[in-house]
Design a protein around this ligand. Structure first.
Ligand SMILES: NC(=O)C1=CN([C@@H]2O[C@H](COP(=O)(O)OP(=O)(O)OC[C@H]3O[C@@H](n4cnc5c(N)ncnc54)[C@H](O)[C@@H]3O)[C@@H](O)[C@H]2O)C=CC1
Ligand SMILES: Nc1nc(O)c(N)c(N[C@@H]2O[C@H](COP(=O)(O)O)[C@@H](O)[C@H]2O)n1
Length: 282
């Protein structure tokens, strides 16, 4: 493939008049700076089935994209300064994330399976076994890894009715987890957690505030991020209207497992609609 696919050129690339598309990804400038230039620009992207699933039952990773659209996704990664995912995805998928600096958003504020772990080694399985870390430590011809950044916030001290008596312990666990990540080459970037509205109300969300996250990334020199998921990250970015562009791959499969197998027939564009034809196999 010579240069990025046309859809990415149309969406992102700003070229001076008369200049042809060049094959080196780093020569492209991402167009469309965000209106608020104190934060990184966001491309929100994910792959879904025709019944709008991005993951299988129990969060099982779905391999939705075909060869060509996965290549397109890899191209898109190289056109951004960072690839952004939630810790749910980092732990669930054995991802490579090649092409740009991976940025993982992770919080210890409320219960997450990772936070429940006691042992420092299990606090985040990501560094030890993940393919991306393996590339970083043992670069291979298919892609040299870049050490990941993890954005986090220490557990805040909650006062009032919902005060956590074990705050000291939680903080210690968070520090141990941070040390494990740093020892495995990750850079940990801190952001201010959300402020709770009232001390007598339970914390509404464990999420780190996306806008503050994007501001700190911009301060670190990340001008554009490709936000890949997972479900909760997509939801929180969309609900705060933090997407400058949206690229969605729709694959001709059904995500629901109880549906019998389907034979793929054809995909065709009708104007701006995508028509997918499938045959139900009895
Ligand atoms: N089809 C696709 O394109 C993709 C699918 N996936 C799938 O998504 C699933 C994982 O999704 P989730 O479990 O929802 O995890 P997630 O990857 O969305 O991570 C959520 C976690 O990130 C942390 N977080 C911190 N700040 C946050 C914020 N502002 N918004 C949201 N989360 C924040 C929290 O600890 C939260 O529990 C996996 O099954 C994975 O295979 C993931 C990426 C792409
Ligand atoms: N575009 C796309 N298509 C799919 O079918 C997917 N499952 C995903 N998921 C995202 O890509 C990551 C895995 O890709 P690499 O192994 O790094 O190439 C996965 O973790 C999700 O972020 N995306």
């Amino acid at each position: 493939m010579r240069g990025p696919p046309q859809i990415l050129v149309s969406t992102f690339v700003v070229l001076p008049v008369g200049i042809d598309v060049q094959p080196e990804p780093h020569r492209f400038q991402i167009g469309l700076v965000p209106s608020d230039n104190t934060r990184s620009r966001v491309t929100l992207t994910f792959a879904q089935s025709i019944d709008a699933k991005i993951a299988g039952t129990g969060g099982r990773q779905l391999f939705l994209s075909g060869e060509e659209s996965m290549k397109m996704t890899h191209w898109m990664r190289t056109m951004h300064d960072g690839i952004f995912i939630g810790v749910g995805t980092a732990v669930n998928d054995n991802l490579q994330l090649n092409g740009a600096r991976p940025v993982i958003v992770s919080t210890c504020i409320t219960i997450h399976p990772i936070n429940r772990s006691i042992s420092a080694v299990r606090l985040l399985p990501f560094p030890a076994q993940n393919t991306h870390f393996q590339y970083y430590h043992h670069p291979r011809p298919i892609g040299v890894g870049v050490s990941p950044w993890v954005i986090s916030a220490p557990p805040p001290k909650i006062e009032g009715f919902f005060a956590s008596e074990d705050h000291g312990e939680k903080l210690q666990r968070w520090e141990a987890r941070r040390d494990v990540l740093q020892a495995a080459s990750a850079t940990v970037i801190l952001v201010e957690p959300r402020q709770y509205v009232h001390p007598d109300l339970p914390p509404a969300t464990s999420n780190l505030p996306p806008r503050a996250v994007l501001r700190s990334l911009r301060e670190e020199g990340i001008h554009s991020v490709m936000v890949e998921g997972g479900a909760r990250v997509i939801q929180s970015f969309l609900s705060e209207r933090l997407a400058d562009a949206l690229i969605v791959t729709t694959s001709p499969v059904l995500g629901r497992e109880q549906i019998p197998s389907l034979e793929y027939i054809q995909t065709e564009l009708f104007g701006r609609d995508i028509l997918v034809a499938l045959k139900l196999l009895s």
